[in-house]
Design a protein around this ligand. Structure first.
Ligand code: FES
Ligand code: FES
Length: 168
């Protein structure tokens, strides 16, 4: 059966039905409930987590397929500080009812980790699978752009610092 790492901690999923979707294993067996059940058929994105850093719908993924893989949920996104996407979400007051927001944030953060400076089309494409019944799409896009600017600025600052400190 699957041994997986969830938010940095080792978990054994021994004893679970191997066809159980990861979403159920996370919520009902690992006690990680930031991840949400929306549609259960891969259409809404509420259940989005990272599998080895890739945004993935956990409602469709059987635990048997996950042995040795690393799962990150909204609870594990912040390390020493909030992720820039989380900070931008707060700044833009994105959430309304909040139900879809963990999935939205995990998709947005996965996009920016791979592509810190996405175009509008790239943002639309990456976020297309995350539905918000409250219609927070405009704030979501604004927050992604704010997070992008923050991540690019951090990278520039880091590069400038490391160039100055690199011995010649
Ligand atoms: S609950 Fe997984 S996509 Fe809707
Ligand atoms: S904030 Fe309510 S569903 Fe997105």
């Amino acid at each position: 059966m699957a041994n997986i790492k969830i938010n940095g901690n080792d978990h054994s999923l021994d004893g679970l039905d191997p066809t159980m979707p990861l979403l159920w294993a996370l919520r009902d067996h690992a006690g990680i409930q930031g991840v949400k059940y929306g549609c259960g058929v891969g259409q809404c994105g509420a259940c989005t987590v990272w599998i080895d850093g890739i945004a993935t719908r956990s409602c469709l993924l059987p635990v048997a397929a996950l042995d040795g893989q690393t799962v990150t949920t909204i609870e594990g996104l912040a390390t020493n500080a909030l992720h820039p996407v989380q900070r931008a979400w707060i700044e833009h007051d994105v959430a309304q009812c909040g139900y879809c927001q963990a999935g939205q944030i995990m998709s947005a953060a996965a996009l920016l980790e791979k592509n810190p400076s996405p175009t509008d089309d790239e943002i639309d494409s990456a976020m297309r699978g995350n539905i918000c019944r409250c219609g927070t799409y405009v704030r979501i896009k604004s927050a992604i752009k704010t997070a992008s600017a923050s991540m690019v600025a951090s990278a520039l600052f880091y590069d400038a610092t490391s160039t100055e400190e690199t011995p010649v």
